[in-house]
Design a protein around this ligand. Structure first.
Ligand code: CIS
Length: 209
């Protein structure tokens, strides 16, 4: 949990603009969480996330002044890329990244809301599946959906997951959940704001992988 609280997302200002640099700084810690999950079966997910972040950062670094906010970055690519946009560059990378972030958001929210399989309360399959169904399933074809089902069985127990987030310390479950609740306030606000940008700019694509 210490891990989450050390890398909080920034509180948004009244105009709900997401500043690119602080957003990239905060998301760059999330792939590390996949190391808490144990099996290397999750490595491809981590690689995908890192790929998205690296791509957005590479575009940002070419002109930090011009791409101060994520919206400015998308607007600039829209202007530069013509009919290829939005299936290009940082716009495409952020489109996929926001889905992975939404998955994490819904998964964590479901945990703190106490949703559980009553007969196996230490499993997280109910929470993980909810995140997947809301954020990713519709963008995955049959094969990737089967991979997800298989990965579900390699998911850690809730107690082990919370312990890993707490850097290995034995912390009470309710204490952990309270910290996740706090983390989710700014995290969710940032993700919702990114979703709003894609919706306003009609930048989301519906294809499946
Ligand atoms: C989803 C299946 C998971 C199975 C894992 C094991 C098998 C591995 C097989 C490989 C599949 C890996 C998933 C990647 C899929 C990508 O194809 C897909 C589309 O990628 C995008 C790129 O990002 O494709 C674009 C082109 O069409 C571009 O190339 C783009 O890259 S760009 O533009 O940057 O160059 N990507 C996705 O669908 C993204 C999401 C992947 C899956 C997220 C999570 C699934 C959850 C499964 C795990 C189940 C148990 C986990 C246990 C606990 C969950 C904890 C979560 C972390 C907690 C963090 C705490 C703060």
């Amino acid at each position: 949990m210490a891990l989450l609280m050390e890398h909080q997302f920034r509180q948004l200002s009244a105009d709900r603009q997401v500043e690119t640099r602080p957003f990239l700084d905060a998301v760059s810690y999330l792939p590390l969480f996949f190391d808490c999950l144990g099996p290397t079966i999750f490595a491809p997910i981590k690689v995908d996330l890192i790929g998205n972040i690296t791509k957005i950062k590479a575009v940002y670094d070419t002109n930090p002044g011009r791409y101060k906010t994520l919206q400015q970055l998308l607007e600039a690519e829209k202007e530069m890329c013509g009919s290829e946009w939005p299936r290009v560059g940082a716009t495409l990378a952020l489109m996929w990244l926001k889905r992975s972030l939404k998955f994490i958001q819904i998964f964590l929210q479901s945990l703190v809301d106490g949703e559980k399989d009553q007969s196996n309360p230490n499993l997280m399959r109910v929470n993980i599946t909810k995140g997947y169904d809301v954020a990713l399933k519709r963008y995955h074809g049959w094969f990737v959906q089967q991979l997800f089902k298989a990965a579900l069985y390699a998911a850690p127990y809730k107690s082990d997951f919370l312990k890993a987030l707490s850097k290995g310390r034995d912390v009470k479950e309710e204490e952990c959940l309270e910290k996740i609740r706090k983390f989710l306030i700014n995290f969710s606000a940032n993700i919702d704001a990114v979703y709003d940008i894609y919706s306003r700019m009609n930048a989301d694509l519906d294809y499946k992988v």
